[in-house]
Design a binder for this molecule. Structure first.
Ligand code: HEM
Length: 219
């Protein structure tokens, strides 16, 4: 696509605005996903640092929420809604130049759309339906070989690290836009997003180190 682009023709500086209702719906849907699933899922993954027994015990408790008959189909529907509306935004916004913050928001959204689709395929279709296995600690960490010492499993290290980093920093990018639309000064809104991205990097690093074998113990 880049090679076929016409470098002589400048990109339009104005584009048809994305309907405000759709942007609000994307945000409300994101908040619902965080409330019924993502906050639990990320906290669960921080338990990699505590080892398999704690990780699986916490997961079993959290499953009562996101695997509940009423919530699981709603969660999947919301994720598909998030992906389709997100791709629509990307389609619109990439027609015009964007600043660094918006470019980050667009690029992280594109990664997430691909990540979430691939991840749901591996959890729902490959593991649960095709292999018929439980998607607990062993599935996540590529047991018994582990993530690092297996030539195929190691692909999951950047895949998961970036998944967590972009999920959390994309939320921070969305918060920045909400703040700007509510009259908060740009400097403050930018700092909120940068701080959010730093926290996202820290959380992603802790999770991936836990997945790769780091254990934290209180004695
Ligand atoms: C370190 C990163 C991640 C790892 C290791 C991981 C691993 C897993 C595992 C093991 C499950 C099965 C859970 C269960 O059986 O109860 C699961 C489910 C799922 N994950 Fe992740 N995940 C990661 C990040 C993410 C992120 C960032 C998202 C979304 C943005 C996500 C979305 C989902 C969804 C939608 C499901 C299906 C939930 C359900 O059973 O209803 N995951 N993941």
């Amino acid at each position: 696509m880049v090679a076929r682009g016409d470098a002589e023709r400048p990109a339009p500086t104005t584009i048809a605005p994305v309907p405000a209702a759709l942007r609000v719906a994307h945000g409300v849907s994101a908040l619902t996903i965080i409330a019924i699933f993502l906050a639990l899922h990320i906290s669960n993954h921080l338990m990699f640092l505590a080892g398999p027994t704690t990780y699986d015990a916490v997961m079993k408790v959290f499953r009562h929420v996101y695997r509940a008959n009423a919530l699981q189909p709603a969660l999947v529907a919301l994720l598909f809604f998030q992906i389709t509306t997100g791709i629509h935004f990307v389609w619109r916004y990439t027609r015009a130049p964007s600043d660094r913050f918006q470019t980050f928001q667009i690029a992280s959204g594109v990664y997430l759309a691909i990540f979430v689709l691939g991840h749901m395929n591996s959890v729902f279709v490959f593991a649960r339906t095709y292999l018929g296995i439980d998607t607990g600690w062993g599935f996540a960490t590529g047991a018994p070989a582990g993530l690092v010492q297996d030539a195929w499993n190691i692909r999951l290290v950047p895949h998961y690290a970036l998944g967590v980093f972009f999920a959390l920093s994309h939320i921070a990018a969305g918060a920045r836009v909400v703040l700007l639309n509510n009259g908060v000064r740009k400097l403050i809104a930018d700092r909120v997003m940068i701080s959010g991205a730093l926290v996202a990097a820290l959380v992603a690093a802790m999770i991936i180190l836990g997945m790769c074998g780091l254990r934290v113990q209180f004695v």
